[in-house]
Design a protein around this ligand. Structure first.
Ligand code: NAD
Ligand code: WQD
Length: 342
């Protein structure tokens, strides 16, 4: 057994895919999730894919006492992957205190327990949101961070600082922050995927629901950006490729291959695609049509961003592998399974 990994938010979208990859690489996993944005059924599907049912604890990590009890119960944890957070950008503007409390107190509780129970390694879910609209593209890890557009974005920026300061003061702790670009798609088994609550705010879940007839036409937010087709550009990264990077990051920490005690990596494909390119790629790769209309820009959206992934490629030996076509097909297969469509 390669070690026991505590995965917070492990029944969520990216967490569940990462648990699968960790198990497949021989790690034992303990999931902590309060199920505020996921379902306990995910455990069954992880078991169907891997043949292994992860240990599961349902509680909120901003609860200090329960978090501490968990570290006492699992005394042999070698590393943490910390996914648990609220992530809806728009909602964070309406409910900033809930976002700051949930996302920051959780991290503080984990770090305090790491010190107390001598769990030295943590991998943290950060986001390309910390770059805002960068002045120079593609963005490297040393591209300056900008003031966050939302309380959600600010929790990621502040979390990175909390990690960095804690690691500086307590060099026994080692951390890797992974800045995800736009994770999309689902496991090729279609057994796990993204479960948006209500109307999806993100592009690909809206497209698959629209194609499934659950939603009306996609609103394309803006066609007057300074981009080749006028729609905004993002770096869409396959969720399984993304999950694999977490296993590599854990191994890097456990094998002492890290070069600094706190490291940051961009996780994207390195290619920017516009909204209209995604629309067309979806129709072409799945053969399923859906309607869209051009509407005004969405407040707070950046025009274009994509990653320079050289650092992750060279240092982690990691590269996004799945094509956008296969990724969009996986998203569609997942949507169909959710809706009982053939
Ligand atoms: P998700 O909502 O699917 O998963 C997060 C999980 O954490 C959920 O299962 C939720 O129930 C749980 N959770 C939330 N707060 C908790 C708490 N205090 N205690 C216990 N459980 C809690 O989200 P995701 O898309 O899988 O995102 C995972 C992480 O990656 C988050 O930190 C998110 O901010 C970050 N991230 C996501 C994206 C994206 O586009 N999905 C992009 C960049 C960064
Ligand atoms: C992608 C593109 C939209 C929906 C968000 C968070 C970010 C990070 C990733 C966590 C944009 C356009 C979308 C729709 C559209 N998450 N769009 N019609 O905004 O790049 O990033 O998720 O850290 O912090 O902000 O992702 O999927 O919402 O949008 O035209 O119905 O699709 O304008 O250009 P975004 P998204």
């Amino acid at each position: 057994m390669a070690g026991k990994i505590l995965v917070t938010g492990g029944t969520g979208y990216i967490g569940s895919h990462t648990v699968v990859e960790l198990i497949e690489q021989g790690f034992e996993t303990v999931i902590v999730d309060d199920l505020s944005n996921s379902s306990v059924d995910v455990l069954d599907n992880i078991e169907k894919i891997t043949g292994v049912r992860p240990a599961f604890e349902q509680f909120n990590i901003s609860d200090t006492i329960k978090t501490e009890a968990c570290f006492q119960k699992y005394a042999d944890i070698s590393a943490i992957v910390h996914f648990a957070a609220f992530k809806a950008v728009g909602e964070s503007v309406q409910k900033p205190l809930e976002y700051y409390h949930n996302n920051l107190v959780s991290l503080l509780n984990l770090l305090n327990c790491q010190l107390k129970y001598k769990v030295d390694n943590i991998v943290f879910s950060s986001s390309c949101t910390v770059y805002g609209q960068p002045d120079v593209l593609p963005v490297t890890e040393s591209t300056p961070r900008k003031d966050a557009e939302s309380p959600y974005g600010n929790t990621k920026r502040v979390s990175e600082d909390i990690l960095s300061d804690t690691i500086k003061a307590h060099p026994q702790i080692k951390g890797i922050a992974l800045r995800y670009f736009n994770p999309i798609g689902a496991h090729p088994s279609a057994l796990i995927g993204e479960l948006p609550l209500g109307v999806p705010q993100n592009l690909v879940p809206f497209i698959t629901q629209s194609a499934a007839g659950v939603r009306g036409p996609l609103s394309v937010f803006g066609n007057d950006y300074n981009t080749p087709d006028g729609s905004a550009i993002r770096d869409y990264i396959n969720v399984v490729d993304l999950a694999k990077a977490h296993v590599i990051a854990i191994e890097r920490l456990l094998d002492n291959k890290h070069k600094n005690n706190f490291e940051i990596f961009n996780l994207g494909t390195g290619n920017g695609l516009s909204v209209l390119e995604i629309v067309n790629a979806f129709i072409k790769s799945t053969g399923v049509n859906f309607n869209y209309k051009i509407v005004d820009r969405r407040a707070g959206d950046v025009e274009k961003i994509w990653a320079d992934t050289t650092f992750a490629n060279n240092e982690l030996g990691w590269k996004a592998e799945t094509s956008i076509e296969d990724t969009l097909i996986s998203a569609w297969e997942w949507e169909k399974r959710m809706r009982g469509l053939s």
